[in-house]
Design a protein around this ligand. Structure first.
Ligand code: NAD
Length: 335
């Protein structure tokens, strides 16, 4: 298969090439650093498959250009697929695959890292001790043991996260339209989102971004939080109304915010902008708070996860080429 990879980083190329070398019949991969969007879609002309990531734009217009150029498969090297117009893909005869299961541990562990760092102020201590400031004032945290943790979305990642927090001695509450017996077996208890918000000392988001979940954390929900609660989002930026979160941080209602994803991340993440003027005042305001930690969509970024993502992507190409069923296909189901 001729494969065009968009939004390529050095590590994508290294791991995809490694997975490709393991194949009896390697695919012919061409790497583009540019994201897939209306301007770059013509680059894919003549490629059987395109491989894209979280901030590529596979809307109807882009998919039309891909289909006209002969592309038949869109392979997402991620789990979320909110950036693909599945209806348009189905109409154009394009098949879409993702990586359903790589390492839920990678993301869940990163959410825990954000919670621990926020709570125990590790980011501030790191800077202080480098400047020979060993004072503890302002670094006090709280015991996680005995606290209540709310998990919004108890799927693969949410359940791993819940297991870890249960191990810390936390009471775990969940919110999800689908009940997971595995979550309940860990001691998790399902509640409405209102009760979760009002009772949790820490809230972690693990649901996909859909029309129903956009701004699931909004001004109304933030106003009912337990004062000083920590919020962590390693799922998708659009789940949180960022401007409302800033107001909640300013009022002290929100005691800390850990973001691995951000509503406007497509214009920022996965590149070094340290020498440029950032026009986005919202991210600049966020990163000015001492109780906010932003990481640039790195929760998935472990050796194990990238290796599995690249192997699964190449395996999907193998299956497509051989006419076998696509295990990780995203089927369009009309609403
Ligand atoms: P999953 O499909 O296993 O679980 C998602 C869960 O969310 C499901 O149980 C689903 O029922 C639930 N859900 C759906 N609508 C909901 C709602 N309105 N309220 C509460 N829960 C709802 O997916 P997963 O593998 O656990 O991944 C979860 C999300 O994590 C992905 O959609 C993706 O956006 C994000 N993710 C982020 C990174 C990263 O690097 N930051 C990496 C991988 C995945």
């Amino acid at each position: 298969m001729k494969l065009a990879v968009f939004s390529t980083q050095r590590y994508d190329r290294a791991f995809l090439d490694e997975a490709n070398r393991r194949r009896a019949a390697p695919h012919a991969a061409t790497y583009f650093e540019a994201p897939l969007d209306a301007a770059t879609a013509p680059l894919a002309a003549g490629f059987d498959a395109v491989c894209i990531f979280v901030n590529d734009h596979a809307d109807a217009a882009v998919l039309q250009v891909l289909a006209q150029g002969g592309t038949r498969l869109v392979a997402l090297r991620c789990t979320g697929f909110n950036n693909v117009d599945l209806e348009a893909a189905a109409r154009l005869g394009l098949r879409v695959v993702r990586v359903v299961d790589y390492s839920p541990h990678s993301v869940a562990e990163h959410a825990v890292a954000l919670i621990l760092a926020l709570n125990r102020k590790i980011h501030r201590a790191y800077n202080r001790t480098r400047d020979a400031n060993f004072a503890l004032d302002g670094l006090m945290g709280f015991d996680l043991h005995g606290k209540t943790v709310g998990v919004i979305g108890t799927g693969k990642i949410g359940r791993v996260f819940a297991r870890i927090m249960h191990g810390f001695g936390c009471t775990v509450l969940g919110h999800d339209p689908f009940v997971s017996p595995e979550f309940e077996a860990l001691g998790g208890r399902y509640v409405g989102i209102g009760e979760l918000g009002a009772r949790a000392d820490v809230i972690s988001l693990h649901c996909p971004l859909t029309p129903a979940t956009r701004y699931i954390v909004n001004a109304g929900m933030l106003a009912t939080l337990k004062p000083g609660a920590l919020l962590v989002n390693t799922s998708r930026g659009g789940l949180v109304d960022t401007e409302a979160a800033i107001e909640a941080l300013k009022s002290g209602r929100l005691g800390g915010l850990g973001l691995d994803v951000y509503e406007q991340e497509a214009d920022l993440f996965f590149r070094d902008l340290s020498s440029t003027i950032i026009p986005d005042d919202v991210i600049q305001r966020l990163t000015s708070f001492p109780n906010v930690i932003v990481t640039g969509h790195q929760a998935f970024f472990t050796r194990e996860a990238i290796s599995t993502i690249c192997e699964t992507t190449m395996a999907s190409l193998d299956a497509f080429e051989a006419g076998r069923p696509l295990a990780d296909e995203i089927a369009f189901s009309p609403p």
